[in-house]
Design a protein around this ligand. Sequence first.
Ligand code: UD1
Ligand code: MG
Length: 472
Amino acid sequence: MNMSLMQENGNEGTHFQDVCGLILAAGKGTRMQSDYPKVLQPLLDTPMLRYVYRAVEPLLAADKISTVVGYRQELIQDVFPDQSGRFIVQNEQLGTGHALQCSLQALSGHGCPWCLVVNGDVPLIKSEPLESLIRETRRQQAVLGFLTLELARPAGYGRVLRGEDGRVLSILEEKDIKDNDRYLKIREVNSGIYCLDLAGIKPYVRNLTNQNQQGEYYITQLVDLLVREQKRVAAVKGGSNHDFLGVNSPRELIQAEEALRQEIVDHWLDRGVVIHNPGQVRIAPTVFIEPGVEMTGPVELYGQSFMERGVRLDSHIWIKDGLFGPNARVRAFSHLEGVKVGPSCQVGPFARLRPEAELKAGSRVGNFVEIKKAVLDKSCKVNHLSYIGDAYLGEGVNVGAGTITCNYDGKNKHLTHIGNQVFIGSNTALVAPVKVGQNSLIGAGSVVTKDVPEKTLAVARAKQKHLVRRKK
Ligand code: UD1
Ligand code: MG
């Protein structure tokens, strides 16, 4: 159960003992046109920054990965409690170079000679190229190494300027190029991923200036400063790999999300999950699916969801944080969140299971049924048009159509407890708090306000009268 795609990746790779990490995540992301920090924008219901941690964490010790935050930093700290104590605050966002300036002191506290710096807006990034960058920077004994990529449409990126001998001279930010066609046409760009020799870089970080179009301190200016003093810079070519693409606009967010979606669907197809209509299946990287599960898109699976062997999901299903036992089946148009569905249970079509709904083996929940914070013990049936909330239903309970647990008195929520093998007639209102003893039967249309003993037939409705019909 602890083997989602996220953690599976997280368990592989090497830990570099002498490298710490820095994720740049303080910017607002103005081009997203959202009040939300860019790095929290969701891809497959998972915040952008989570994907960056997923790539970095297999390589470095978790307690040596710091994150620079600034714009609405409290939101980011709330979403990532696992990173607490490792946030560095950049109060004013004066640029990527300034983010590094704000971090140097904290980084030196890790006692690592090297630092891997990653922009927080590269959700497609994987561990392997990061590992290659670290190895290559050290092999070349460079003070700074960075990953470059080759793009057919390099717009928006910093261009990599190389001399005739191929050695890197500078990174030119697009806004500073000023219509110089020769530079704008350069297709090799900076990915925003760096490996720094911390001692070597320190004096240069101090000397960054903001004399540029944006009036910002650029981390990329380090290249100019180092080259000028003939220090070694390694520009490591990463090819045209889309994994390095930065996300700066809603369009890029959706493109990255689509790339991730396909990657994840392919991952599960390769592991024996049968996915029909795969183009319309969205699976978060936190979900785990056993081989032999079968689903038909459109389906959305998010959060900490886990599907055991033989689970079948029909189309038009939305699930978040759902645990499904072997051979459970969810039929079309169902919405489930925070649920446990036991082996061989059936849910839907058109069912809604809300947080803390738990169905034990062989139970069935049918159409237009809503279950909230309720346990249905083995082999229960709630097949039509019911609301079951704050309740326990014993084994083999059968709930007739239109039954409601009246759990709320306007102020508080109360419990309904129904014993084993009880049969509840249709259109019953169970006014909580109330208990029905095992093997009892409730007559259809009852309004049950008092506890019902075991093995009892309870009828709580007005008696039917027959009166003489008045003629007009
Ligand atoms: C940056 C690079 C550019 C590169 C591109 C790759 C600079 C100056 N330019 O441009 O060469 O091609 O990434 O995607 O670095 N951030 C902070 N504090 C700040 C400003 C930014 O932490 O004061 C963070 C942002 O939250 C973001 C990252 O740094 O995660 C990059 O910032 P962004 O504004 O996206 O830089 P780009 O313009 O994309
Ligand atoms: Mg960017």
